[in-house]
Design a binder for this molecule. Structure first.
Ligand code: FES
Ligand code: FES
Length: 368
């Protein structure tokens, strides 16, 4: 048994737990807070959603031990919260619950949606709620309740994640901010934004030429493959695995390139038919010559995730994941330009292990 010290609903909680006990079981069995419900216990259904350090998270994924030192807020801990009180009332008025099994997770996610978006429209609510599953399929009442509470409210928290790539080669002392791109316009203002700069061991012209070869460039991205390129339209696949959740997104993208400015934009969307997750995103990039044989690629990514992976879309996990992918991409693109393809193959094979290691490392860091 290992000691666990948490703050739960504002009160210090000291107990012991097996290292394998997940936080939801710990809260239900040792703290006696049974309002946190358990459905899939695999991070898919969202029934166990609580706040950990202010962020909605699945409590069936992290171990209680790894959450030591965190501030935890369960559905029992919202007394005096005006927004939660309004949501509870609205769920009742709009018939937003039937058996009530999904309701604690739904309420916590709904509160987070209104805090972040304020007066959210129905499409936004449905998209953001897609990581919470109601087995009674009472979505119409749930969405109506959230919409009713959201009306006329202002956002109270805006998330924008800025990250720095783990570059494959030594990074210059100061990397200037990425050039503005039209990424935001392509997707509206919704969804997190990732910005980073990669450095490639090659001159700017060969890098620009290499980026025009879509199939070869896709080969530099772990888990990605291109099936067809017709003009500036590309169809392909990207496979990722977040712990127990595996998603294989098949989709299409449109590529735009500005030869004069050496910048471009890729806008695409994909769907994981098995898991029901969808992803939509835009990537803007601009090249800068750092020296005669070294080039920076400044990248801005804006994305939206729906379905089982939606909750990861708001966490640092996606930022870490994107940084790892970018680092692999930079290493592979540099290797490709040197005529060395070995790294490309290796990175592809190691992707699932890399992502699982990343998930464990992230959770340990986040909840310690
Ligand atoms: S029980 Fe945690 S996501 Fe389903
Ligand atoms: S109300 Fe029954 S699971 Fe949602």
């Amino acid at each position: 048994m290992t000691k666990v010290s948490l703050t739960v609903n504002g009160e210090a909680c000291h107990a012991e737990a097996e290292p394998r006990t997940h936080l939801a079981d710990f809260l239900r069995q040792q703290v006696g807070l049974t309002g946190t419900h358990l459905g899939c216990e695999q991070g898919v259904c969202g029934a166990c959603t609580i706040l950990i350090d202010g962020q909605p998270m699945r409590s069936c994924l992290p171990s209680a031990v790894s959450c030591s030192g965190s501030q935890v807020q369960t559905i029992e801990g919202f007394d005096g919260d005006e927004l939660m009180a309004a949501l509870r009332e609205a769920f009742s008025v709009h018939h937003g619950l039937q058996c009530g099994f999904c309701t604690p997770g739904m309420l916590i996610t709904a509160r987070d949606i209104i805090l972040r978006y304020g007066d959210a429209d129905e499409a936004t609510i449905r998209r953001e709620l897609s990581g919470n599953i109601c087995r009674c399929t009472g979505y119409m009442g749930i969405v109506a309740a959230i919409r009713a509470v959201a009306q006329g409210r202002q956002p109270m928290a805006v998330e924008a994640i800025a990250i720095t790539a783990v570059a494959a080669a030594p990074v210059a002392a100061a990397t200037p901010a990425p050039k503005p791109t039209a990424v935001a316009a392509a997707l509206g203002q919704d969804g997190p934004v990732l910005r980073q700069s990669l450095e490639i061991d090659a001159a700017i012209d060969p890098v620009w030429l290499a980026l025009a070869d879509t199939a070869r460039v896709a080969g530099c991205l772990p888990g990605a493959s291109v099936q067809q390129v017709v003009g500036n339209q590309v169809s392909g696949q990207l496979t990722v695995k977040f712990g127990p959740i595996r998603a294989s997104f098949a989709g299409q993208a449109e590529i735009e390139r500005d030869e004069a400015q050496k910048r471009g934009r890729i806008t695409g969307q994909g769907r994981d038919a098995k898991g029901g997750s969808s992803a939509k995103g835009a990537v803007g990039y601009a090249l800068r010559a750092l020296s005669a044989d070294r080039t920076a690629i400044d990248i801005e990514i804006r994305y939206q995730l729906t379905g089982a992976l939606a909750q990861f879309g708001r966490s640092e996990l996606v930022a870490d994941f994107a940084a790892r992918m970018a680092a692999s991409f930079a290493a592979n693109l540099s290797a490709m330009l040197r005529g060395d393809a070995a790294q490309v193959v290796e990175t592809d094979i190691n992707l699932p292990a890399m992502l699982w290691a990343l998930l464990k490392q992230h959770l340990a860091k986040l909840f310690r």
